[in-house]
Write a protein that binds this ligand. Structure first.
Ligand code: KMH
Ligand code: ZN
Length: 274
């Protein structure tokens, strides 16, 4: 089996220090969390950024200083900014990090509109997805296709057929968001069987579903995403002390199963980043 790419989603837009004090806000906290996650085995940092008061932002300057902080500590790591941002942000706000100089190697591309708990709606219309994909293509940014439901996989496949999304596609199957697909083995297999053979996928899942779903992905040949964005606990009722602690747990599981961990160099090869 191919080596395992571990993505650390270190920050997110929804969790706060009130949920887990290790959620990073300042550029220094972001740098430290990213560095520790990398040293633990993560080759990709999925990045949201915050203002110092914790409010989520997609501000390009804030991304720049946070990415510089990460790169000064761990130059090698792949940084994957979010273009999902936080609920309610405009397209222009959300797209800012892909216009960084140099552009990031990857960024997320959210593949459909969905309920997002309570009264929240995460809006990604077909035309928005096309626009985001086109802008990413122009900047040579590889999209990670965020699919919170089967319809979003179908949307990505449709846009791939129409030329908006290039080969080989890389998916992130996100399980357990209220309004998205529930975490289940049956549905993970369903999603895996729905994508072309030459594509790659990673799996993430919210809260207590994180480790069971990621473990399935590791066993099935997929990749793994963990981090405080998705789950704040290292085990039942015990807060994770850091993103690195979550990454270390994935590394242990993977090694027990006999799968080696990808370096950023390996990840670039596997994902065909150029
Ligand atoms: N914060 C969510 C509304 C992404 O990073 O692309 C969107 C999100 C997905 O986290
Ligand atoms: Zn995200």
């Amino acid at each position: 089996m191919e080596k395992l790419i571990i993505t650390a989603a270190i920050c997110g837009a929804e969790v706060t220090k009130a949920h887990n004090p290790s959620v990073p806000y300042s550029k220094k906290e972001v740098g430290i969390e990213a560095e520790k996650a990398y040293l633990a085995g993560a080759s990709i940092i999925h990045l949201h950024v915050r203002n110092n008061d914790g409010t989520p932002t997609q501000n390009k300057e804030r991304f720049k200083v946070c990415i510089e902080e990460i790169k000064s500590r761990v130059p090698d790591v792949i940084i994957q900014p979010s273009t999902g941002g936080a609920i309610g942000m405009s397209n222009e706000e959300r797209l800012q990090p892909i216009f960084l100089e140099p552009p990031p190697e990857m960024a997320t591309l959210d593949c459909g509109t969905m309920n997002f708990g309570g009264d929240e709606i995460f809006i990604n219309t077909e035309n928005m997805i096309k626009l985001f994909a086109e802008e990413m293509n122009k900047q040579n940014v590889k999209p990670e296709l965020e699919c919170f439901d089967k319809g979003m996989v179908d949307m990505a496949l449709r846009l791939h057929k129409q030329g908006f999304i290039k080969d080989p596609m890389h998916f992130n199957f996100v399980f357990g968001v209220t309004g998205g697909i529930k975490a289940s083995t049956r549905d993970l297999i369903f999603l895996i069987n729905s994508i072309p053979k030459n594509s790659t996928y990673t799996v993430c899942a919210l809260g207590r579903y994180e480790f069971p779903m990621v473990t399935l992905s590791i066993a099935l040949g997929g990749h793994a995403r963990v981090g405080l964005e998705d789950n704040i606990y290292i085990s039942k009722g015990i807060l994770a002390r850091s993103n690195a602690e979550l990454v270390e747990k994935v590394v242990r599981i993977s090694r027990e199963i006999g799968r080696e961990i990808a370096s950023p160099h390996d990840a670039r090869r596997i994902l065909k980043l150029n």
